[in-house]
Design a protein around this ligand. Structure first.
Ligand SMILES: Cc1cc2nc3c(=O)[nH]c(=O)nc-3n(C[C@H](O)[C@H](O)[C@H](O)COP(=O)(O)O)c2cc1C
Length: 326
């Protein structure tokens, strides 16, 4: 497989898993890695939270060797706190530190961080410059197309990030105003690729191996990043790998295989967080894993009661039976 280099960190040119707060936790990331995700990014970590010594924030920084190549992602609105947080991340030895300039959530944007930084490029530039000075690893930036349709500035903005020392830029082809609705504009990703010399990671609406190949072809991006397309199907990365390599797809997973993968994912989550919290957090994943199966609607209703692993084992058995009878 071809590889790309982000500031000397080699990454297979297949597909990366996008950072997703409250979704792509360690168990989720490791499942995607098992199926071939080339690069993983943490959930966003508050620079201020880290600086103030918040324990929950610090826990998010641990790096599991199996996750490499792996980025820790910071969000923050000012250069001093992001620089300090980048320095503090050094002891966790991430391969890359990514800075979030794409989050559209009001709580984040309201403080001037996330995608709000696309409206204040001078501040964004300073943040990157200071983070680069303080980090022992490459620093990258994740952006959107722009703030709204009247202020699409991703190409110029990415150029400034490059000048500030960023080693790569990931572009989600939506504006902040779009949040997650409408369609990602892959033309903006292509325009960013034209504007900079650092690697460009394309992101937005890749939900199949074919879509991944299309994004590479249409945008010229160096790496594709998949977020929601991996919901309930970490094996999308295996499909992408095979498709890019051979132009064919691996055989479709059977319901039984899918349920086994779901149970393995659950055990990993329980190992991380204990049965109570693990099962609570697994609920949304269960709904994604059974999507499209007979009996999915009934199981969705039962999911809110899910507190023990043995319940899920029983549900999985029932799903297999239901979906394999004639
Ligand atoms: C639930 C959820 C959480 C997200 N959290 C983050 C985050 O922490 N940091 C970030 O840069 N982007 C975050 N994103 C944006 C994704 O990384 C990605 O840019 C977006 O979902 C578009 O890609 P997709 O169409 O492949 O899902 C999040 C998206 C979702 C749906």
């Amino acid at each position: 497989m071809d590889k790309i280099s982000i500031g000397g960190v080699e990454i297979e040119r297949t597909a990366a898993l996008a950072p997703m707060a409250s979704v792509a936790d360690r168990a989720y990331r490791l499942m995607c890695r098992e199926y071939g995700a080339a690069y993983l990014v943490s959930e966003m970590i508050s620079a201020k939270g880290l600086c103030y010594g918040d324990k929950k924030t610090a826990k998010m920084c641990a790096v599991d060797e199996r996750e490499r190549p792996y980025a820790l992602q910071l969000f923050g609105e000012d250069a001093p706190s992001v620089a300090r947080a980048a320095y503090m991340l050094n002891r966790f030895e991430p391969d890359i530190i990514d800075i979030n300039m794409g989050c559209p959530v009001p709580k984040v944007v309201g403080n001037g961080s996330g995608s709000a930084l696309m409206k204040t490029p001078a501040t964004a530039e300073l943040i990157v410059r200071e983070a680069v000075k303080n980090a022992n690893c490459p620093v990258t930036v994740k952006i959107r197309a722009g703030w709204d349709e009247d202020s699409i500035n991703a190409p110029e903005f990415a150029k400034r990030m490059e000048q500030a020392g960023a080693s790569a830029v990931a572009v989600h082809g939506r504006t902040r105003r779009q949040m997650y609705s409408g369609k990602a504009d892959w033309g903006v990703i292509a325009a960013v690729k034209q504007a900079v010399s650092i690697p460009v990671i394309g992101n937005g609406d890749v939900d199949s191996a074919q879509a991944c190949e299309k994004m590479y072809r249409e945008t010229g991006c160096d790496l594709v990043m998949v977020g929601r397309g991996s919901y309930g199907r970490p094996w999308i990365f295996e499909e992408i790998r095979e498709y890019l390599q051979n132009g064919s797809l691996p055989p479709e997973k059977s319901v039984e295989e899918k349920m086994q993968i779901m149970l393995r994912h659950t055990r990993m989550l329980i190992d991380e967080k204990g049965e109570g919290q693990g099962m609570r957090e697994m609920r949304h994943n269960v709904i994604w894993y059974v999507k499209g199966m007979h009996g999915a609607a009934a199981l969705r209703r039962e999911c809110s009661e899910l507190t023990e692993y043995s319940q899920l084992e029983r549900m999985a058995r029932e799903m297999i039976e239901r979906n394999t009878e004639n």
